[in-house]
Design a binder for this molecule. Structure first.
Ligand SMILES: Nc1ncnc2c1ncn2[C@@H]1O[C@H](COP(=O)(O)OP(=O)(O)O)[C@@H](O)[C@H]1O
Ligand SMILES: N[C@@H](CC(=O)OP(=O)(O)O)C(=O)O
Length: 448
C-alpha cells in the first residue's frame, strides 16, 4: 500500500483536484492520502496558509477581520462550486474560522488553529470529491488518525507513541484523506508543524501504516540537481539517498521538507517525488542505498538569509570552556545556530538572520564581550550558504579545488568553507548578492 501526499500546487484549484482524483483512481494501492492547503495557482497568487496567517495577525492586533475572511472563503467557494460538491463543506469551513476567532484561547493557539484550516478544508473537499467520482473515501482528522505531537506551536514534533495508533488505519476499507501540517498534543491542543510541514505528515503516516512507498506529488517532474530558479532545465535526479536529500532539503531544496525524511528513513520506506501535472514521469526516488555512480556530486543547494558572528581571541584554543561559554550565551538567549567553524584563535557562528534580529544584536555582543573578553568581535549580515552534496564526496580527490575554482571564476569571494563535518556535503559561505553567479558557475563545472 502507498501513502500519497499532494502539495499546495496540487490542490490549488478544482482543475488540480480533478488531476488528484485521476491519480488516486489510477492505482488502488493509493489508500492513504495527505493533503496541503490550496497553494498558488500562478506566480503572483497567494497561498491559503499565508492568507490565514495574515487573518490571524490582524485578529491578534484587534483589527477588523471580515475583509480577510472573505477572500479565503472565495477560494474555497470557487473550488467547491466547480467540483460540484455539497455547499455544506463551505458552511463548516466558515463556522470553524468564526469559532476560532471567537474562542478564548491564547493568540499562539488561535494562530495554529487558523493555519490548520487550509489543510483541514482541503481534506474535507477532496474526500467529498472522491466519493462524488465513485471512490469510497473518508476524511480523517489527525487526532483520530493518532498524530500526537509536542506542545510547540508552529514547530511541532511527532511523539513516538503515534505510530502504533496510526497502524490501525490499515484496517479501513475506504481511501482515507488526512489533512497535513498539524497534529494534537496529548491534551487535545491543535499544533502545526513548521512551514511546509504537510510533507512531514505524509512521512509520519507512511511510517505508521508501514507503507511500501511514500509518494510526494508536487509540480515538478523530479528533484533537479539545482533549484530551477537559478538554471533553466537543470539535470534531473533519478535516485538520491536519504542522507543526500536531507542535506539538500535543509540547505534550500524547498521541494521536500528536511524534517520529512526522518520517519520514512527510520522504517526504510522509499519516497518518490512525482508531478501531479505529469504523473507518468518516473520522478525521483529517495532510498537508503544506491549503486555507486560516476557522479560524485548529485546536487547544489543554496539559501540566503544567514549571518555570522565572528570572534577572535589570541590563544582561544588553550582557553578551556571558551566554546561552552559562547554556546551558553546563545542558548540563554534562545538562539539556535547552523554551523560553527573554528580555527586556533578564531571562531564563526553561522545563524539564520531571523534568529538574530537587529534588536537582539547589541545585547548578544555585550554578553560575549563581558564573559569572553575577545580581541575582536563582529557580525556580518546578508550571507548566503551553498551546499555541494553527494555520497561520493569523501572518495573524490580534488573536489574542493574544483568547487573553489568555479566560485573564483565567477569572481566571487568565499567568506567561509566548512568541509569534513559531514561526509556527504561541503559548504561555502558567500555574500548573498553573489549567489546567482556562484551557483551558475558551480552548476556549469559539475553538471554541464
Ligand atoms: N532542486 C529542486 N528541484 C525541484 N524543485 C525545486 C528545487 N529547489 C526548489 N524547488 C522548487 O520546489 C517547488 C515545489 O515545492 P513546493 O512549492 O513546496 O510544492 P508543493 O506546492 O507541491 O508543496 C518547485 O516548483 C520548485 O520551484
Ligand atoms: N500549507 C502549509 C504546509 C505545506 O506543506 O504546504 P505546501 O505543501 O504547499 O508546501 C504551508 O504553506 O506551510
Amino acid at each position: 500500500m502507498k501513502v500519497a501526499k499532494f502539495g499546495g500546487s496540487s490542490v490549488a484549484n478544482a482543475e488540480q483536484l480533478r488531476k488528484v482524483g485521476n491519480i488516486i483512481k489510477a492505482d488502488p494501492q493509493r489508500r492513504f492520502i495527505v493533503v496541503s492547503a490550496p497553494g498558488k495557482r500562478f506566480k503572483s497568487d497567494r497561498k491559503i496558509t499565508d492568507m490565514l496567517i495574515e487573518l490571524g495577525e490582524v485578529h491578534c492586533n484587534n483589527g477588523q477581520t471580515d475583509e480577510y475572511v472573505y477572500p479565503i472563503m472565495q477560494r474555497f467557494n470557487e473550488i467547491v462550486e466547480e467540483l460540484n460538491i455539497s455547499g455544506e463543506i463551505l458552511e463548516s469551513i466558515s463556522q470553524s474560522i468564526q469559532s476560532i476567532l471567537h474562542s478564548k484561547n491564547s493568540d499562539p493557539e488561535k494562530m495554529d488553529a487558523l493555519k490548520s484550516i487550509g489543510e483541514d478544508s482541503s481534506a474535507k473537499i477532496l474526500s467529498a470529491y472522491l466519493n462524488h467520482i465513485g471512490i469510497s473515501a473518508k476524511y480523517v482528522n489527525p487526532q483520530d488518525a493518532g498524530i500526537l505531537v509536542s506542545n510547540e506551536p508552529g514547530n511541532a514534533k511527532i511523539l513516538p507513541e503515534s505510530y502504533e495508533k496510526i497502524y490501525n488505519l490499515r484496517d479501513s476499507e475506504e481511501v482515507l484523506v488526512i489533512p497535513g501540517f498539524f497534529g494534537y498534543t496529548k491534551n487535545g491542543k491543535l499544533i502545526t508543524f513548521s512551514r511546509g510541514g504537510s510533507d512531514i505528515t505524509g512521512s509520519i503516516v507512511a511510517a505508521g501504516v508501514k507503507a511500501g512507498l511514500y509518494e510526494n506529488f508536487t509540480d515538478v517532474d523530479s528533484v533537479f540537481s539545482v533549484n530551477p530558479a537559478f538554471v533553466k532545465d537543470p539535470q534531473k535526479i533519478t535516485t538520491l539517498t536519504y542522507k543526500e536529500m536531507r542535506e539538500l532539503s535543509y540547505a534550500g531544496f524547498s521541494v521536500f521538507h528536511d524534517e520529512a525524511l526522518i520517519p520514512a528513513y527510520k522504517d526504510e520506506i522509499p519516497v518518490c517525488i512525482k508531478n501531479t501535472n505529469n504523473p507518468e514521469a518516473p520522478g525521483t526516488y529517495i532510498v537508503s542505498e544506491k549503486k555507486p555512480s560516476e557522479k560524485c556530486v548529485v546536487g547544489i543547494a543554496s539559501d540566503t538569509g544567514f549571518c555570522s558572528i565572528y570572534i577572535s581571541k589570541y590563544l582561544m584554543n588553550r582557553e578551556i570552556g571558551f566554546g561552552r561559554k559562547l554556546f551558553h550565551i546563545l542558548e540563554d538567549e534562545g538562539i539556535s545556530f547552523e554551523h560553527a567553524p573554528s580555527g586556533i584563535d578564531d571562531m564563526s557562528i553561522i545563524l539564520r538572520e531571523s534568529g538574530l534580529p537587529i534588536a537582539k544584536e547589541k545585547k548578544i555582543l555585550q554578553r560575549i564581550q563581558a564573559d569572553l573578553h575577545p580581541d575582536l568581535i563582529s557580525i556580518h549580515r546578508n550571507l548566503a550558504m551553498i551546499m555541494i552534496v553527494g555520497e561520493g564526496l569523501v572518495r573524490t580527490i580534488g573536489l574542493a579545488q574544483k568547487a573553489t575554482t568555479a566560485i573564483a571564476s565567477a569572481n566571487v569571494n568565499i567568506e567561509m568553507i566548512n568541509q569534513g563535518s559531514s561526509e556527504v556535503s561541503m559548504m561555502f559561505g558567500i555574500k548573498a548578492e553573489d549567489l546567482d553567479k556562484a551557483v551558475k558557475s558551480l552548476y556549469h563545472v559539475f553538471f554541464e
